[in-house]
Design a binder for this molecule. Sequence first.
Ligand SMILES: *Cc1c(COP(=O)(O)O)cnc(C)c1O
Length: 491
Amino acid sequence: MPDRPEESLDPASWEEFSAHSHAVLTELLEWLRTIRERPAWQPVPETVRAALRRPLPRQGVGLEASWDELRSSVLPYPWGNIHPRFWGWVVGTGSPSGAMAELATAILNTNAGGGHQAAPYVEEQVIDWCKTMVGFPPESSGVLVTGGSVANLVALAAARDAGDTRISEEGVGVVAGGAVFYTSAQTHNSVDKAVRLLGLGQRGLRTIPVDAEFRIDIALLERAIAEDRAAGRHPFCVIGNAGTVNTGAIDDLTVLADLCKREKLWFHVDGAFGALAALSAELRPLVAGMERADSVAFDLHKWLYMPYDVGCVLVRDREAHRRPFAASHASYLSREARGAAPNDHDPGSLAPELSREFRGLKVWMLLQEHGIEKYARLIEQNVAQARYLAGCVHRHPELELMAPVPLNVVCLRYVGGVTAAKKTEGEAMDAMNREILMRIQERGIAVPSSTVLNGRFAVRVAITNHRSRREDFDMLVAAMVEIGAEVAAGH
Ligand SMILES: *Cc1c(COP(=O)(O)O)cnc(C)c1O
């Protein structure tokens, strides 16, 4: 190694760096303030995509030039989920205070994987608040993770290892006949992914048909469990939905809790967004029974509008939660009696990650700033908006609702300019609505997404957006009708 002056990544002039940083902060906040004035979405042009295919930079271009790149290639082309008319998939909005908390998180840049520092105490506090939110007992266990997918994975790992305690030592092969998990056909694919990652294979997850309201058919579930037992397989776990991704359907969680108790099965609830309905006194009855689950997974970056990414998993039995993750032998992680080493707060023994972002900080800051009642009101506001939109669709002769609206998801399609006979020609209707959806997105009007319900294409509006106003839904209805007429006329 040549002998040369030492350098670091800190700025040569902190004063200049500070001036630059204040200026970009002002600029970014202005960009966020004016988001409503811009298109809900626009495609990334080929010129920009080309600019994003450059070789690895050998020499840096410097601070100002790197920010110019951000201004030209990134800021004009967001996905749109911070826009008031983004209702695609289930994507949260974030908030200005959330962004500032992220800045603090980045400046602290701690590894919240443990250690004697404030971070784990903050996270324990946040997890305790999460228990209160969904009605879990204080003595239950929990951990913050990247989102619902990992939250489901963590809970289902605990369910698997609780199903037969020999598994953590000997592997899933020890369960002769195979372990089986059950869930509805409307369940999010992260559950399917988790079950396969856990070594149970596709056949380890039995998907049960749903009723007319897209809820798991309990009689068919009971029959499947009985058949599996009779065939020598081992039912382990039932996964209930508190808000399905397609339509926001909520399984009968009380009946599922009773069934799991009777059948001695682990009861997990995927409440990615729907679990938070429990914050509202008016909506809480919809998710009754969730508080009796063995585990519940939910996101804070969806219906609590927290910045990406943060989700939470709660597990009633502390031992069961640790079983799949606890470090068995790792001398480099040993604990000392005093000093900065990891202590009792040990998220690394509750989830796959060891090093971890200090996700709890933003949650702790935001919950303090706004208070949970504000979040409850925003959730109620989104549900009221979904009902308002459903009402508009219901009344409009050229629009049709495709599913009940129990929560914050509305599935609809355009049926105008189509004779009753042709309406049954599903494929033409699907193609027409697919085209309408793409035009609504491409014109920057709004971003709903789509799904398929009972084999038919639906435009899907999932509202986890604190910026949306009623007039935004009026605009969507008007666009559906206007563009619908255009497409139906073959333009
Ligand atoms: C979004 C979602 C998930 C996955 O959560 P991520 O945060 O995207 O990992 C799981 N289940 C449901 C019902 C969801 O809506």
